[in-house]
Design a protein around this ligand. Structure first.
Ligand SMILES: C[S@@+](CC[C@H](N)C(=O)[O-])C[C@H]1O[C@@H](n2cnc3c(N)ncnc32)[C@H](O)[C@@H]1O
Length: 320
């Protein structure tokens, strides 16, 4: 057996996935070879895959035999400095191991902030003497939880946190001098974020923006059906669009058909859209979004029963 793999119920654990709170089921449906589910952590006998619904993916798993709490901490420290714990049982022993490790700073981020650069691993105790660890997690945040310093006065709702997170993960944001469209923009959380970034924003919705957001300099609003907005309108004015955002509540298929026209037109540089589901998600439509070149689909920490599709021009396919 290759080093670092553990036989667990006669199957080798090859990959592990942490689901977001309340979203274990869609993640489980996406994965093959599920060996065990521990709390929100799913262990699989299959090679790692970029599961849409995972909040954190544990790659290149190692299983460590530990003789004691000190030994566990020593072995983890020998791999790298920073670790976070996902604990589903043996909580006290797991916490004692964590306490022996160097502290990891996890203060809320002020938006905008760059992504943390220090690698952050994850570990859990499978039993008293067996630790499962990954030094190569998909998220640089502890258990994929991206927390921000909140603004209770500016935005009209909490949707702004979703865009904070999407832009932080993209490693870029709208700039002063750029032109953005925000469809399904009301009451205006996302429009508020774009305006805070210094970019001009046209917000589109069938309902009005909050008065506070509507009154911001650089924000304009059109009350209309988002799907009547097509690239030709802007091509006729020879107008480039730097960012197209959508948080419209609609069927994923409808969003896909609309967004495809925008992507194919080549008129817009960057896209961030939420794909919303009623009940269980249909993975075939999600796969269609993911197949759009240089794009990715993620379940953000701030997403509910929805995924976020993004296509960012500054990211090459190797960054995704
Ligand atoms: C989740 S809310 C958007 C919240 C917004 N992103 C924010 O930060 O405040 C979804 C919005 O989509 C709008 N909507 C739904 N269908 C629409 C359509 N066909 N055209 C325009 N807006 C639509 C709704 O009116 C609603 O305001």
């Amino acid at each position: 057996m290759p080093t670092g793999m553990i036989t667990f119920m006669n199957s080798e654990i090859q990959s592990a996935y942490l689901a977001a709170e309340g979203f274990l089921e869609p993640l489980q449906k996406e994965l093959d070879g599920v060996i065990a589910v521990h709390g929100r952590l799913i262990l699989s006998s299959q090679p790692v895959k970029e599961a849409y619904w995972a909040q954190n993916i544990w790659r290149n798993l190692r299983t460590l035999h530990i003789d004691s709490i000190n030994d566990a901490a020593k072995q983890l420290k020998a791999i790298q400095r920073n670790w976070c714990l996902y604990s589903y049982h043996l909580h006290r022993r797991a916490k004692l191991i964590l306490e022996k490790l160097p502290p990891v700073k996890c203060t809320p981020l002020s938006f905008p902030s760059p992504l943390p650069t220090s690698p952050l691993g994850s570990f859990t105790l499978l039993d008293e003497n067996t630790l499962l660890a990954s030094a190569e997690c998909s998220s640089p945040f502890p258990n994929g939880e991206v927390r921000f310093v909140e603004d209770k006065d500016g935005p009209p709702n909490r949707a702004y946190l979703k865009l904070y997170e999407a832009l932080t993960l993209a490693g870029t944001q709208p700039q002063s001098g750029e032109f953005c469209i925000d469809v399904g923009g009301s009451p205006g959380g996302w429009t508020w974020v774009i305006n805070q970034c210094g970019a001009e924003v046209l917000s589109i919705d069938r309902s009005p923006l909050s008065a506070l957001v509507a009154g911001l300099k650089g924000v304009s609003f059109q009350k209309r059906d988002a799907f009547t907005l097509l690239p030709e309108e802007f091509q006729a004015q020879d107008r480039r669009i730097d960012w197209l955002f959508s948080d419209v509540i609609c069927y994923p298929e409808k969003l896909y058909e609309w967004i495809r026209q925008w992507v194919e037109s080549g008129i817009c540089k960057n896209f961030i859209c939420t794909i919303k589901f009623k009940g269980g998600p249909d993975l075939s439509i999600v796969d269609k979004f993911a197949a759009i070149p240089n794009s990715r689909v993620l379940h953000l920490f701030h997403n509910k029963n929805e995924l976020t599709w993004s296509k960012i021009s500054s990211l090459s396919s190797s960054d995704l």
